[in-house]
Design a protein around this ligand. Sequence first.
Ligand code: ATP
Ligand code: MG
Ligand code: MG
Ligand code: MG
Length: 505
Amino acid sequence: MTAKEIRQAYLKFFESKQHHIVSSAPIVVKNDPTLMFTNAGMNQFKDLFLGEAPIKYPRVTDTQRCLRVSGKHNDLEEVGIDTYHHTMFEMLGNWSFGDYFKKEAIAWSWELLTEVYKIPKDKLYVSIFEGDDREGLPRDTEAYELWKQYVPEDRIILGNKKDNFWEMGDTGPCGPCSEIHVDCRPDDERKAVEGKSLVNADHPQVIEIWNNVFMQFNRLKDGSLQPLPAQHVDTGMGFERLVRVLQEKSSNYDTDVFQPLIQFIAKHAGIDYGVDEKTDIAMRVMADHIRAISFVIADGQLPSNNKAGYVIRRILRRAVRYAYTFLNLKDPFLNQLVPVLAEQFKGVFDELSLQQDFVQKVVLEEEISFLRTLATGIQRFDNYTKKQGEVLMAENAIELEKKFDDPWVYSILKDQMVISGEFAFELNDTYGFPIDLTELMAREQRWTVDMEEYNKALLKQKERSRAATAVDTGDWVIVNPDLEVEFVGYDDFEAETEIIKYRKV
Ligand code: ATP
Ligand code: MG
Ligand code: MG
Ligand code: MG
């Protein structure tokens, strides 16, 4: 089956079970202060679950474009490194708003996977919530009994609260969930360990594909659980993972979802995909990131220096840097992937092909401006680690002929391989390098960055600029130049990138 057929089969299947097919909501969320980007299929139905909007259709199905690069779900670090976490992905979903519950949801999941998609039954595992006495949460024995009709008991895994209990917040609707995992290891390898249950964390070829959430409780302020008057089902299946399973590939990137992009990149770079892990990762990062970038722009968020605009600018620059560093692509290229992607999504998400030229132009302009500073900064960085490395070798009486990345040398020097915060700050201030980019480059050469010193330097600069009231607006400075600002600390929602928060003074 092609990816298009697989998506279609999902929607048709649930349509045949009286579900109404709805459109994906935009990936950019404009009216919710708690969320920048859609990160799950259920986002657009939040008000229905909370009982704050009327239910028009009690059964709904769709494919939702999602982005997981910030907040509660941030998969950015895995992307390109593993083969099944993406920034932007499609979440196939079916919902019951006060209509069917566990029995039907489980039966239909099983029917779709084993009869329509014909996944061999002995490759499937499921998990159910084991219960949590301390929090007064009961085990989901109901789901266990239902699954038992389909799956041998040694492949029903008991999961903890973290993986198998869903809550919207400290109060409000919540309930157990039940995941479905597929063991994609080659048959002989799989048979060799038969009987030993596996969950996805244990093996890279055993992956979670589908989550069925059963909303059955309402948590009150005092922490107690009340049964919800109307019970709901919320499911989410990773489309790209499903395609990988059905097309029997060992990586999402080998499916027809990603191959058009990967092949286009490989051809342009003159490097084959699948030859070298480093260039493969770069190609995967680019193929992944262009999807996030394009849909975020098409859905109305331009790259900018704050909030959602900053997040997307950062992703774009990450892709450019991988292309530049590992594929030797020194001219703007990422933008050329936009038409390839738009073509792929015709008839699925037409938002992209309708705005193709505009999206491509925005990406091109961003690329041009970033490439300008990148080249100089990278050179400065490499000179720094080389020179500092030599200083460290001299100080530790290691002959200079010894290679700096020699394991023995590394074992001696590793605690001293720290990039000064002043230098990291200079890269930021002069060359527009975000700190996460400096940290990433450092990590690649096995250095770390003195963040304490970096933060001090940053603070000092803010004080200086406030005194002078002239605010520097380098590419990566987040402040609005029209405002006077005061540093108030790091923003949690992007702890990974340590976006810095300012407030008006
Ligand atoms: P994982 O444990 O693999 O990170 P998850 O438990 O965080 O997944 P859910 O929140 O349960 O994911 O989302 C429902 C489904 O969406 C998952 O079962 C998976 O198939 C898919 N999914 C989740 N995160 C990603 C991602 N970053 N890229 C692609 N698919 C994803
Ligand atoms: Mg996750
Ligand atoms: Mg999971
Ligand atoms: Mg899950």
